[in-house]
Design a protein around this ligand. Structure first.
Ligand code: SF4
Length: 454
């Protein structure tokens, strides 16, 4: 299916979305733009190390390393802006804190040629990135759903044939995720990668960005060095500890907030630059049970007891992972929706079943596959069998759109989406064909491929 030569054009009715500077930085650091670039002057640029988020004044990332035209790596800082001219308008050219910048990355180029120069008049190589080429965006555009041309051949395919199409697409998707994670492990190490991926999954779709930023800026290493305060660091860094006036909190929350404050204030000055602005969070569309503050507490517990997660993850076992996440307990968050809400009489799970299933499908299985050479080579190993058995928990708008386009009102539609693997397979087909199509199905090769299968 993937070998077909096609013209790749952007889908109709989808306007290019320019991410915020923060999102851009997070995706750069995650390696989503890749490691190899050509500078505006035509030099080959390779990112050797992405460095670390800079906590102080100066460029966004420090201790990075790049190679220019395959020469020896050069260490220094990397600055990321939306516009090339921000270098000038933000005063970087005259700020000595930017003297060690080795790369200036931006999205939009000015009409007139523009050079990034340091205070000492050194020319900084420039790289222009294009966010519209990213394989996935934090918020995907969802076109209107209506049955597509492939509905007819799919309707005539026996059930087991449809299953095998979905299985093949799911295996491809899982391998892609494992490859991405393997690359991330090369850059950030095994534990930091797992931590960042779990944080991102806990952020759900709405708060994926702030969770990713937190995990990058307050890396596992830092939290483990301050293990007693790690929950406080996460809440402070998230910007959830703005006021130390305890009167704004319910009586039941005051002791807990006081503990968070006590843990946060010794670090606050040092980490001031990392505190997320309030508008980074999307709180209005989340269910109270899934409020990011509850998820952040769960992340704090996982960081604090990291060896438990390592042991559970090391077993490559769905049961061990389920046991770990279901057993997460917190004296405050078991009974609270937010820091300021009234307590609930009923105990609530910190991470619900559908989120656990999501972490298994999108983090742990790809992570296990990234380490399992035998499974990566063949889909007949136990890992794949376990993956195929994962039951689907929830649907979402994107899945429903894909199901409507491919299966329409086929009476078997529900049966096709009962497992995580089949849902993931459907999403892969949707992204590879529907999202690439701008001919209203007319030139999409998928229906013919299905017809040939018959
Ligand atoms: S674009 Fe292709 S895969 Fe998508 S609905 Fe149309 S025919 Fe089916």
């Amino acid at each position: 299916m993937r070998d077909v030569t096609r013209v790749h054009e952007r889908a109709l009715f989808v306007s290019p979305r320019i991410p915020s500077e923060l999102e851009l930085q997070a995706r750069w650091f995650a390696g989503d733009f890749g490691k190899h670039f050509v500078s505006t002057a035509g030099d080959e640029i390779e990112i050797f190390q992405f460095g670390t988020w800079n906590r102080e004044a100066g460029p966004d990332f420090r201790d990075a390393a790049i190679r220019i035209n395959r020469s020896e790596p050069v260490r220094g800082c990397i600055e990321i802006d939306l516009l090339d001219r921000s270098w000038e308008t933000h005063g970087h050219a005259t700020n000595p804190a930017f003297d060690s910048t080795v790369l200036h990355v931006f999205v939009e180029r000015s009409e007139r040629e523009f050079f990034s120069r340091t205070k000492s008049n050194r020319n900084v190589p420039q790289v222009c990135i294009n966010p519209t080429t990213l394989p996935q965006v934090f918020n995907a555009n969802v076109p209107l759903a209506r049955p597509g041309r492939c509905q007819a051949p799919l309707k005539d395919l026996p059930e087991e044939r449809v299953f095998s199409v979905l299985d093949a697409a799911a295996q491809f998707r899982l391998r892609q995720k494992a490859n991405r994670i393997r690359n991330k492990i090369d850059t950030h190490g095994r534990d930091e990668t797992l931590f960042q991926e779990i944080a991102s999954a806990l952020g759900y779709k709405e708060n994926k960005l702030p969770f990713t930023l937190l995990a990058q800026r307050l890396p596992l290493r830092l939290l483990r060095e301050n293990v007693r305060d790690c929950e406080a660091l996460l809440f402070g860094g998230a910007g959830f500890l703005h006021t130390h006036d305890l009167d704004v909190y319910k009586k039941s929350a005051r002791e807990y907030v006081r503990q968070l404050w006590d843990g946060w204030w010794p670090h606050r000055d040092e980490l001031q630059r990392f505190i997320l602005p309030a508008n980074t969070w999307r709180l209005s569309s989340t269910r109270p049970l899934n409020h990011p503050q509850r998820r952040l507490a769960a992340l704090g517990i996982l960081a604090r007891d990291w060896s438990r997660l390592q042991r559970a993850s090391g077993k490559n076992s769905v049961a061990a992972a389920n046991d770990l996440f279901r057993a997460l307990e917190h004296p405050f968050w078991n009974f609270h929706y937010t820091l300021t809400a009234a307590p609930s009489a009923k105990k609530m799970a910190l991470i619900g079943e559908s989120r656990i299933a999501d972490i298994l499908a999108n983090v742990l299985f790809p992570f296990w596959l990234a380490h399992d050479v035998a499974a990566a080579a063949s889909p007949s190993t136990p890992l794949w069998a376990e993956y195929a058995k994962l039951p689907a928990q929830l649907s979402n708008r994107r899945l429903e759109t894909a199901a409507t386009r491919l299966f329409g009102n086929d009476s078997r539609r529900k049966d096709f989406l009962k497992t995580v693997a089949h849902q993931q397979g459907l999403l892969q087909i949707y992204e590879d064909f529907c999202m690439q199509d701008n001919s209203d199905c007319a030139q999409c090769p998928f229906p013919e491929q299905m017809a040939n299968w018959m």
